[in-house]
Design a protein around this ligand. Structure first.
Ligand SMILES: C[S@@+](CC[C@H](N)C(=O)[O-])C[C@H]1O[C@@H](n2cnc3c(N)ncnc32)[C@H](O)[C@@H]1O
Length: 216
């Protein structure tokens, strides 16, 4: 489990997201179209199981539930207690009919095997989870919980090419406000892409964001 020695960032993470939680949904409103696109790219079918890694306040839960229906399942991983509380609240107030397993821990520590009853998941969503994607341990653990051929979708901030300085000013401001690990913004998807078959990366928002989709 987390210890101050191995996870010095955990306290910082909790502080950052506990502070952002009350206004988080408003901040993320402009991101809604990209979220819909990312969830559609998961190609979910009723009855399937999806991992929502770094689930935050659960903004993806209603759309995921619409795709999965009552026989599906969502495994939501979120270490920040305040964000997780808001995710649970959202699931209740939206009367989600898909069961949600909440794993209140980091993606490095998530007990997927027990949450999935040793079965594996059909898809994984990493939506604006830069800090998770920079952790090889977190990525490998999540991929191990997926079936072969499972759909994987990630989206988030990335440096635009150097000849697009306005885009990069936006990325810098947004990243300083929202992530702990500034490294890897040139290619945030590198750990995932190296472990996927035929990953496709498309750029969005004047190249300041990306959408990665493919299969395990
Ligand atoms: C920018 S928010 C995105 C939340 C959500 N995916 C969404 O679409 O709104 C990033 C989330 O990742 C979580 N996070 C950061 N590091 C994590 C880690 N190592 N494991 C799991 N979640 C993490 C944060 O607590 C935060 O809730």
């Amino acid at each position: 489990m987390n210890t101050p020695d191995t996870r010095p960032a955990l306290q910082a993470l909790n502080a950052l997201y506990a502070r952002r939680a009350p206004i988080y949904d408003y901040e993320l409103m402009p991101v809604a179209p990209l979220r819909r696109e990312a969830i559609a790219a998961l190609e979910l079918a009723p009855g399937q199981t999806v991992l929502d890694i770094g689930a935050g306040t659960g903004l993806s839960l209603p759309e995921l539930s619409r795709a999965l229906g009552p026989t599906g399942r969502i495994v939501a991983v979120e270490p920040c207690e305040t964000m997780m509380r808001l995710a649970r609240q959202r699931a209740r107030t939206n009367h989600l009919d898909t069961p949600v397993d909440y794993l209140p821990t980091t993606a490095e520590d998530a007990p997927y095997a027990s949450a999935l009853d040793t079965r594996r998941a059909d898809a994984a969503l990493f939506f604006f989870t830069h800090d998770v994607l920079q952790s090889l341990e977190a990525v490998e653990r999540a991929l191990a919980a997926l079936k072969p051929g499972a759909r994987i979708v990630a989206a988030g901030l990335a440096w635009a090419p150097p000849w697009m300085p306005m885009s990069n000013c936006f990325v810098l401001g947004a990243a300083m406000h929202s992530i702990l690990r500034m490294e890897g913004l040139d290619c945030p998807w590198r750990h995932l892409e190296a472990r996927m078959a035929n990953a496709e990366v498309e750029r969005r928002w004047l190249a300041s964001a990306y959408l990665l989709k493919g299969r395990r």
